[in-house]
Design a protein around this ligand. Structure first.
Ligand code: NYM
Length: 209
């Protein structure tokens, strides 16, 4: 029996990622597909609440420590992700391990060190990277109040996402120009996801193994 596809949606802040993920969910449901939307960080768990406090500058944490918490927050849900996929559900993640690596490495942590705690997590069948220039993001009203929502850091994050993308085939990592209208971006997203609606026959892979 085919399993469900694992789809990660990544992007810079202000890329319209969360709206696109919601549109994708509606579209999959309309096509009669079982879909589960997950979001990282998942701020509802005990670890997620520590991450939330950090992002809202209500707590201070060493850069390595917060990186490990983001990773632990994914591991908390790894078994659930696998179970859902095996049941035939399509899992769509709003951010995943690539955000983990990109944001922490942009702060100056070693890229390989950043990757290590996420090694062997379930690997997405495809990652859709919604790319937006910091200039466009500024036109959209700029960034919010949370940590990392600064133009200079976002520039670095974008460069590291680009570096990460080089490790993947064009099938596994798709860069989508998110500076266009919501409809154009949504059409592009759907064109990349449609082929997964029939299910996936290959085994689930593991990240960075
Ligand atoms: N973020 C997100 C990280 O730094 N590491 C991670 O592993 C993940 C999943 O958290 N600026 C950052 C990226 C965002 C911030 O995400 C909160 P969102 O999608 O704005 O809730």
């Amino acid at each position: 029996m085919a399993r469900g596809a694992f789809i990660a949606v990544e992007g810079l802040d202000r890329s319209g990622k969360t709206t696109q993920v919601a549109t994708l969910e509606t579209r999959l449901q309309a096509a009669g597909i079982d879909v589960k939307l997950l979001k990282f960080p998942d701020r509802t768990t005990a670890i997620g609440q520590m991450i939330d406090a950090y992002l809202r500058s209500q707590s201070e944490l060493d850069d390595h420590a917060i990186h490990l918490l983001f990773s632990a927050n994914r591991w908390e849900l790894a078994t659930k992700i696998e179970r859902l996929l095996n049941e035939g559900t399509v899992v769509v993640c709003d951010r995943y391990a690539f955000s983990g690596v990109a944001f922490s490495a942009a702060k100056g942590l070693d890229l390989d060190w950043c990757r290590s705690p996420d090694v062997s997590l379930p690997a997405p069948d495809v990652t859709l990277f919604l790319d937006i220039s910091p200039e466009k993001a500024r036109e959209r009203g700029g960034y919010g109040e949370e940590r990392y929502e600064k133009e200079e850091l976002q520039r670095k994050v974008r460069a590291i996402f680009s570096k990460i993308s080089e490790e993947f085939s064009a099938e596994k990592w798709v860069t989508i120009d998110a500076g266009r209208s919501h409809e154009d971006v949504a059409a592009d997203v759907w064109s990349r996801v449609e082929r997964f609606t029939a299910g996936v026959h290959s085994p689930l892979e593991r990240l960075w193994t």
